[in-house]
Design a protein around this ligand. Structure first.
Ligand code: F6R
Length: 247
């Protein structure tokens, strides 16, 4: 695992965007795994800017979302597809048919989860962007999820629902379930880019990357992957053992 520790959140976003840009420049047809959430806002903003200023182009790229809430109307502003559309995909030159997400309006959600799992595995993701939850989750894989889990329907933990209430008008509105790529699916990506900012991420980051590999900390599964880059600001990195390069 390669650690990159930057001074602040803005610098982590630029470093993460550098990595994504590097993958696309070496392979314009790359497939990119996208995460949603506050962590990624600056990363997408930077990628949008680079695309508008050129020469970065997503015209041949395909993107795959990690997860999607169940139970929101398709036009709800907080579906992950709508969030990603507003913050990234409609602002760059990606083709409309190059954006993939679990379809939580589908009649059979278990069947849809399996369909999406096959789609993502076949895509052979070149770089997967990941945030981390306060409880160590990746995507919506909550503590206790087996590391070989495939894409599936999951229940969100109360901790995650509380954390995500900031995006909704009320805590009750936060969905109870989601379709999420499984940890096993995520680990298939050729390269994983973990991004975290803020002191509230320092404990899960330390537990995931320097603690034991355990299903109680879903992100500790990343220790089993051969090509992970981790980009943190000083606060998120504050509980890591010293000696990681600061850039
Ligand atoms: C989002 C996702 C989640 C977030 C994590 C961190 O697609 O899968 O695992 O990456 O909850 O969220 P933020 O970035 O809002 O702190």
């Amino acid at each position: 695992m390669r650690f990159h520790i930057a001074a602040d959140a803005a610098a982590t976003a630029e470093m993460a965007a550098d990595s994504v840009e590097g993958v696309i420049r070496s392979n314009p047809r790359a497939s990119i795994g996208l995460a949603t959430g506050a962590t990624m806002v600056g990363v997408y903003r930077s990628l949008v800017r680079r695309c508008r200023e050129g020469p970065l182009s997503f015209a041949e790229t395909t993107v795959y979302l990690l997860d999607e809430y169940i139970g929101l109307d398709a036009d709800h502003p907080q579906t992950y597809r709508n969030v990603i559309t507003r913050s990234f995909t409609e602002l760059v030159d990606l083709r409309d048919d190059a954006v993939f997400a679990p379809d939580c309006q589908a009649p059979g959600l278990d069947i849809e989860a399996r369909r999406y799992d096959r789609l993502v595995r076949a895509a052979d993701i070149d770089i997967q962007l990941l945030g981390i939850g306060r409880n160590g989750h990746i995507a919506f894989n909550e503590p206790g999820t087996p590391f070989d889990a495939e894409t599936t329907v999951v229940s969100l933990s109360e901790a995650t629902r509380r954390d995500n209430a900031r995006f909704f008008d009320s805590a009750e509105e936060v969905p109870l379930q989601a379709i999420t790529q499984g940890i096993g699916t995520i680990l298939q990506a050729k390269q994983i880019l973990l991004v975290a900012q803020g002191s509230h991420k320092s404990r899960p980051i330390r537990d995931a990357l320097e603690g034991p590999v355990t299903t109680e900390v879903p992100a500790s599964a990343l220790q089993l992957h051969g090509d992970v880059s981790a980009v943190f600001d000083l606060e998120a990195a504050s509980r890591l053992s010293t000696g990681h390069p600061q850039v």
